[in-house]
Design a protein around this ligand. Structure first.
Ligand code: GTP
Ligand code: MN
Ligand code: MN
Ligand code: MN
Ligand code: MN
Ligand code: MN
Length: 203
């Protein structure tokens, strides 16, 4: 991610802040779209109540629960299942950009977002995709559905470029781009090209 990184320990030492934890769950996958385009990996995000894309997770109070226990609680609420996510899966923490709601009420403490990435088996991803509608208490409320991120780019801008032109909650878009590079899910040149095409789509 860009500047402003904090380690997990540094972030926890900050006083008078709120904390939120989100996770990117992904797996390797072999399937071919239209018989020709390898999907390569399945990366999960969600459509939120506010119409923005984000990662599953939410607000955690470190005085009451560990960051990872809080993340697990949010995953149960939002996805109906919680694959184990541990301290080793922590990637980065940083201050969230101020939002219109947080800047209007000066009493709201700043928010630090903690980002985790966890690789799981494809069967686990498929189980997560099924669990939400039947068991997650927030399904249809805070969470409108799990979505897969298209990692390929088509000549007309379809795929990743179009996906990136959607609206994202907080730092979620930067977290996604960081993770795609860091975990070698999209080649750096392909990601640059996708971002350039996305900029054209948004212009
Ligand atoms: P409530 O249960 O309604 O309190 O929501 P929540 O605990 O699930 O919190 P949420 O997931 O909405 O995350 C809290 C704040 O973090 C939001 O207000 C967003 O601004 C921000 N946020 C939401 N999703 C993401 C995400 O994927 N990444 C980052 N960095 N921030 C996010
Ligand atoms: Mn078809
Ligand atoms: Mn949430
Ligand atoms: Mn939640
Ligand atoms: Mn919550
Ligand atoms: Mn909630």
């Amino acid at each position: 991610m860009a500047s402003g990184h904090l380690t997990r320990a540094e972030a926890l030492a900050h006083k008078g802040v709120r904390h939120a934890c989100h996770v990117m769950l992904y797996c390797d996958a072999q399937a071919l779209l239209f018989g020709t385009i390898s999907i390569r990996h399945i990366v999960l995000m969600q459509m939120r109540f506010d119409g923005l894309l984000g990662f599953p997770g939410g607000l955690v109070n470190p005085l009451e629960e560990s960051l990872e226990a809080g993340l697990s609680r949010e995953l149960m609420e939002e996805m109906g299942m919680a694959p184990p996510v541990s301290e080793e899966d922590h990637v980065a923490s940083c201050y969230a950009p101020p939002t219109s709601s947080s800047s209007s009420s000066s009493s709201t403490p700043p928010l630090i977002t903690h980002f985790y990435v966890k690789k799981v088996e494809e069967e686990q991803i498929r189980a997560l995709e099924k669990a939400g509608p039947s068991t997650a208490i927030d399904h249809g409320l805070e969470v409108l559905g799990v979505v897969r991120v298209p990692l390929y780019s088509m000549t007309d801008g379809g795929g990743l470029p179009s996906f990136l032109s959607n609206g994202f909650a907080g730092n979620a878009r930067a977290q996604l781009l960081d993770a795609l590079t860091r975990f070698h899910l999209v080649a750096p040149d392909d990601l640059c090209q996708a971002l350039a095409t996305c900029t054209q789509i948004l212009a």
